[in-house]
Design a protein around this ligand. Sequence first.
Ligand code: SF4
Length: 485
Amino acid sequence: MSEIHERPPVDRKARLKIPAQHIAKQAPNARINNWSEVYLPLNLETARVEAERCIQCPAAPCQQACPVGNDIPAALWKLEHGDVLGSAEVFHGTNSMSEMCGRLCPQERLCEGHCVVGKNAKPVAIGRLEAFVADARRHESPPPVTPASTGRRVAIVGAGPAGLTIAEDLGSRGHHCTVFDAWPLAGGVLRYGIPDFKLQKEVVDEWLERLAPLPVEFRVNTRVGEGESITVDGLLAEGYDAVFLGHGASVGNPLEIEGAELTGVFQATEFLSRGNLPPDALPADMRQALFVGRRVVIIGGGDTSMDCSRTAVRLGATEVTLVYRRTEKEMVGREEERQHAREEGVKFEFLCAPVRFLSNNSGRVRGVELQRMELGPPDESGRRRPQPVPGSEFTLEADSVVLAIGYSADECVPASAKGVVYDRWGILSINRETGETDRRGVFAGGDDVNGADLVVTAIRDAKIAARSMLAHLEALELRPARAAS
Ligand code: SF4
């Protein structure tokens, strides 16, 4: 198949006439009764025709807009010629988690939003095609071979997208990686934050299974940080040659209003974890049955709030209301997510904010007092600032409330690393070109550096850090490596 590596000029006019292929989804009334992914699997013929819609423009603005710089035209060229695994290898060259990104990236503002075909028609469905070939690679490509050991040891804090990318990149070069994670299973946000209807857990499990031949060891249910038995300073003192901090930003921001401590008021992470995972995949203190009730109010306007509202629907709630203090125009999440939520029956209350949570006689939330807002002048984010409308209070009855109002990083982790600089939200300071923190040998990337962001940006950061870590480890060659434990 050597000819498919060469890309002769294509007939762009003919390609622009190829209709966008139908990407099938489950109907809303079917999908609210199951946890399967909304999008149905593509078949090869549909994927090949959709890939052929790519006009192979040399400037490849899609590639420029992709945070990891995927060579999309090259990958789609292979796919349209039937070389599915070759296509997957092109994506995998820059993206360790194509199956996740293909499903989760906001393509409309990244690759697909810059697709030239999309100027006059639907853009090429790059994300679904990337997921399609990556799924095939996971199932059909041989696993990686076990590399010769370098004797070098790397500690990775956090088994989410950034940490796992480091583990794959460094492990495949023979460096022994120990991945520490506070949760019972690896995967981080991919397992504990993203519901099955967007990313099935099997995809995460299968991805992890492919690490088996590599020198990657997981230490789950294990916290690293100040006040814990394992600290970053301790790891370095113990002989790890480098540390990567990829613990993310999963500490839910509190809402300091009356009633926030009531039973039935959840942080999004707890709600999503308990709602989407079986008890044995959860920490011991989160295994009790989740009572959601019939009426659920979600506070927040990002993609996590949509995930919570759609999880509530699948848990049996019949009145799910999402409350946001600005208008839909100011929402930062994906339009597609809002559309999916609406199709599934979620109601939106814009321009209102919670004032207090109301309690029943037994200390459980029974409602939310809300106040109408109006938009004033722009704030520091550039969005118009919501301002309360006096006397506009009203009540929404609720059996459960979920707070999805942003996340901070766990500052206990950097607090245990002398010399690592971080701010009051626990966000780490790094050299963006190398991923290194202010402490030599300690690298970081992902949400603990960016604040809550995309899976693909965490992978981008990890790729940058992995390159620097490899150079750092090679530079250590001058002194003898310790034996891997
Ligand atoms: Fe598009 Fe995301 Fe894939 Fe990049 S990683 S090509 S932005 S879906």
